[in-house]
Structures are given as C-alpha cells and as structure tokens.
Design a protein around this ligand. Structure first.
Ligand code: ATP
Length: 248
C-alpha cells in the first residue's frame, strides 16, 4: 500500500541542553516511495528534525521530550542509529561527511557495514550505485578528500545506498554546490527514488529546487510546521512564492 505512512513523526518536541526548546510540536509523514521536502530558513529546525528521527541528537545534548516517531508501525525513538540503519532508515548528514583519506570506492563500501550478505552481492550493489553515479565510477580510486564538493555529495548518497535503505534522510544536499550540480544531484535523487523505490525526506533551504522534485512539502519556521501540502500546491501558493521562492 503506497498511501500508508512509512515514517510518522507525531508532535515531537526537542530540547537541547535541557533548556533550549527547538522543536515545538512537529508532525510529518513520509509515505512509501515518496520524496518529501522539509523546508525553511536557517535555524528553522530541519536538521534537528532529521537527527531526532535517526536518533543522532544525543551527541549534541539534544533530546526528544514529547511526541513519538513511528516507523512501519513501530515506535523507534529508543533504537540506536545502527538499529535504524538495519531497519532501512539512514541519514546523509549535511556537509557530506566522507572519509577523506579513503578512496571513493572504499567510502562506498563502508556503507555496507551493517549487512551480512555475500561479497558478491555487495559488489553487485556497488555496480548498481555506479549506474546512478557514473562520475563516481570514474573517480573510484581517487582519495575522497581530493574530489569536488559535488562528487563528495554523490559519494555520501552512494554510501547510504550501499546499506540498501528503504528511507534516506538527506540533509541539505544543495549546500555549497553550483546550480548545475544541484540540479544533477536532484536528478539522481529522483532516479534512485523511481528506480529503487527509496523514500526520501530531504531538508532543503533551496525551496525552489526542492519543490520541483518533491511530491509533498512541509515548511518549518522556528520549530513549527507552518504550512504543508503537495509540492505543486506549495509552488503556486502566494505566500510560498513571496517568502520562499523569491518572487511575488
Ligand atoms: P540549518 O540550515 O542552519 O541547519 P536548520 O533548519 O537545520 O538550519 P537546526 O540546525 O535544526 O536548523 O537548528 C534549529 C535551532 O536549534 C537553531 O536555533 C540552532 O541554533 C539550535 N541548535 C542546533 N543545534 C544545537 C545544539 N547542539 N545545542 C543548542 N542549540 C542548537
């Protein structure tokens, strides 16, 4: 059933350092095989929302103090990030985060660490990743730290794909990339979504590009969802045009 929610975030509150209330009741829903955009300006709470879902807040002294996060009907907020990866949910962090001293291919291989299947199968997946990212195949022997920003973003997404995810939480894929590369990255997201059926929840400040590729969008402001709807409706909404698309 493609209409059923894969991931549900119900009214979560997040507090940093026991005092700073950053998410003030955020709810959202990621359907099977959908591309869902989480939009909003700097500091709106996009990264915090993704980290709450993938349980990466602890190292930042952050905590979900209210609400629930449900994946495939199970409450998952007490699982470790590695357990979530095993269930099919993986986050690609903002700023790409490659292992700079490893080659591109070694980086991709680290994405398979939670898997217990055969080397041959992992090899097949690696080849499949290269069909989405032909550029990475050319650069597979290069040290990741010496590849371009766009290539590092591709490596980070490719590495996530190596865990055979069902859902990818993608934080700010456009950050620091030239417009043409941003378009390329989103084309790949679309191809992976259609080809592998992977659902995406992507945090983006670039509302324009995100709403062209997403099916549905949520707009966050100061830790609250202020608007949500099908991407097409948001693109045509006068307030979204004025405040987020830079045209009225
Ligand atoms: P950006 O695009 O800058 O990442 P964002 O929408 O993802 O913005 P968050 O990074 O989630 O926003 O930050 C939301 C708010 O939480 C900001 O006011 C930020 O200063 C605050 N914040 C983030 N991390 C911490 C932390 N570890 N401790 C305290 N406050 C934090």
């Amino acid at each position: 059933n493609t209409n059923e929610a894969l991931l549900e975030v119900n009214n979560i509150e997040v507090i940093y350092n026991h005092v700073i209330l950053v998410l003030k009741g955020v709810s959202l829903c990621v359907p099977h095989r959908g591309i869902t955009a989480l939009l909003g300006g700097n500091g709106a709470g996009k990264t915090t929302t993704l980290k709450a879902i993938s349980n990466l807040l602890k190292s930042e002294r952050g905590e979900v103090t209210k609400g629930s996060i449900v994946y495939r009907g199970d409450r998952v907020q007490d699982l470790s990030p590695a357990d979530l990866v095993r269930r099919g949910v993986i986050q690609v962090m903002e700023g790409r985060h490659c292992f700079e001293h490893l080659t591109v291919e070694e980086n991709l291989m680290t994405g398979a660490y939670t898997r217990r299947d055969s080397k041959a199968e992992i090899r097949r997946d690696l080849d499949r990743v290269y069909t989405y990212f032909p550029r990475l195949k050319d650069r597979r022997k290069s040290q990741a730290g010496y590849t371009s920003g766009g290539e590092q973003q591709m490596t980070a997404i490719g590495r996530a794909l190596m865990s055979r995810p069902e859902t990818i939480l993608l934080d700010e894929p456009s950050m620091g990339l030239a417009p043409q590369l941003v378009e390329q990255i989103f084309e790949i997201v679309k191809a992976v979504n259609e080809g592998e059926g992977v659902a995406f929840l992507l945090a983006e400040q670039n509302t324009n590009v995100a709403l062209r590729y997403a099916h549905y969008g949520y707009i966050l402001e100061s830790g609250r969802v202020v608007m949500d709807g099908p991407a097409k409706d948001l693109r045509e909404n006068p307030d979204v045009k004025e405040f987020y698309l830079g045209m009225s």
